[in-house]
Design a binder for this molecule. Structure first.
Ligand code: URA
Length: 485
């Protein structure tokens, strides 16, 4: 038996070096026992001299190395052995990773997925508390990760909170940022973490402001924000009262009368959007929850690096209208939901005036990560560029295939570019349903943020009316197609 001792639970380099030496010495996986320094030593034989690799080499696919680097952070104690078994088998079957049903491949892939998911949850649910004041202030958070992800997740916080010193304390390891570099120290107990500060109330007020009773889905909410994270979230104390009050608040919203439909508009020339990828997407429709999970790990463009999380679309899977915006803003990025900030409130008001029930539509964005530049404490919105829009279009296409709406409303230039697959001027095309090759129809209008930015009150009121008119045209187009069906 070969006993291998790794330096730590996350010692990928140690595992890789040992696995290489073992494989080159033809040591079968069943003849290796893996341990981590500090594990109960009585369970193991005394450490043997490390195996030296004989001359020679072998190649494994680059995607195995990427997968192993993430999967090794899983808490499963068998992971080192499982990864070595997979490596051993890859030597005789280079394409093994393509067999998704192979039990070893499936298990490693599931472990890597769970690690990525936990990384996203950590990005979203770490809450810093201020310790000390002004010159000496330091921000400290307590988090209990399910897997060994502190080192993996730390660079995100360093980019995101570059100008404040912070520490994230966990039972496994702690990460610290001094404004220059991240350092990792051993884990600590929760008693070392602060419990309350003046930011607590801000989190609670923020959460109450983005909570929309009309869109409350308790099960989905629990899935996105699992209970195990609640104990470290200041806003968690708001969840129960807000849910209890949701029925009453939503009934008041429903009691508002709907407005009359607008007169139909003439139809124009079809626009061509289809390409091979859209066709494929349409044929292989997934359900939205599956897509949401997949998109959580999207790395198709660099925007994921600085954003808190992927903000996927949400709404009814049977929705007949799909609203497409540009990209999540600051509030959406933190909440993980589209259109919950100021633009979302403007949109909610306009939809209501147009007689469209937001609970019955599907709302999404052309780009699913927040693009911004930090300016002091503010994150300044940046318009996504064409490569970012193209990289994200796969998600829009797959959402379209899953929802199969009768009408897509593209709000603003970025949304129009994604929906039509090319730059599409707003003013020339706005306010009328345009046939797409796939049988869907699209209606172009402005983005609600454009209305928020208008400095002159008269222009703002006028443009808001036009926006509502466009939404009424959308509602009317649907009524007409329902009657014709
Ligand atoms: N702007 C958008 O385009 N989408 C959002 O979700 C929020 C603001």
């Amino acid at each position: 038996m070969n006993f291998i001792t790794l330096d730590s639970e996350t010692d990928f380099d140690g595992w890789r070096k040992a696995a290489r030496a073992l494989a080159l010495n033809d040591v079968k996986p069943s003849n290796v026992t893996w341990r981590v320094a500090g594990d109960a030593p009585e369970l193991f034989e005394p450490t043997a001299a490390p195996l030296e690799p004989p001359p020679g080499t072998f190649n494994v696919p680059a995607k195995f190395v990427e997968l192993a680097e993430i999967a090794i952070l899983h808490r499963n104690p068998e992971r080192f052995a499982l990864l070595y078994r997979l490596l051993w088998r890859l030597r005789s079957n280079h394409d093994l990773l393509d067999i998704a049903t192979d039990p070893d491949v499936a298990e490693v892939a599931a472990m890597a997925k769970a690690v990525r998911r936990e990384e996203h949850k950590m990005h979203a649910f770490v809450r810093f508390r201020e310790v000390g004041r002004e010159q000496t202030s330091h921000f400290v958070a307590w988090f209990e990760p399910e897997h060994h992800i502190v080192e993996l997740a730390a660079p995100f916080f360093a980019r995101r909170f570059a100008d404040m010193p912070w520490s994230i304390l966990t039972p496994d390891a702690c990460a610290h940022w001094d404004g220059h570099a991240v350092s990792i120290t051993p884990g600590v107990s929760q008693s070392e973490a602060p419990t309350a500060d003046r930011l607590e109330e801000t989190w609670r007020r923020y959460y109450a402001s983005i909570f929309n009773p009309a869109r409350l889905k308790v099960l989905a909410m629990h899935k996105e924000m699992p209970r195990k994270y609640w104990r470290n979230l200041p806003e968690a104390s708001m969840i129960k009262p807000l849910i209890e009050d949701a029925g009453r608040t939503a009934s008041a919203m429903i009691a508002n009368p709907a407005t009359e439909p607008h007169k139909p508009q003439k139809r124009l020339e079809p626009a061509k959007v289809n390409d091979q990828a859209s066709e494929m997407a349409r044929k292989h429709a997934d359900d939205i929850e599956t897509l949401r999970e997949e998109a959580a790990g999207c790395r198709a463009c660099p925007l994921w690096k600085d954003a808190t999380q992927t903000v996927f679309g949400e709404g009814q899977q049977t929705a007949r209208i799909m609203l497409v915006g540009e990209q999540p803003g600051d509030k959406e990025d933190l909440a993980g939901k589209p259109f919950v900030g100021p633009a979302g409130q403007m949109l909610d008001r306009a939809l209501e005036e147009a007689g469209i029930d937001r609970r019955k539509v599907y709302v999404t964005n052309a780009v699913k990560h927040f693009k911004f530049v930090p300016r002091g404490k503010i994150r300044l919105h940046q318009k996504p560029n064409t490569p970012e829009i193209k990289a994200c279009r796969q998600w829009y296409e797959r959402e379209l295939a899953a929802i199969k709406p009768d009408l897509v409303v593209a709000m603003g230039a970025t949304a129009a570019q994604s929906v039509f697959g090319k730059i599409t001027p707003i003013n020339k095309n706005r306010g009328r349903p345009i046939d797409l090759d796939d049988g869907t129809r699209a209606l172009v209008t402005v983005h609600p943020s454009y209305l928020l930015r208008l400095p002159d009150a008269d222009a703002k009121a006028r443009e808001y009316r036009r926006f509502v008119e466009d939404l009424k045209i959308a509602a009317d187009a649907l009524r007409k197609s329902a009657r014709a069906a």
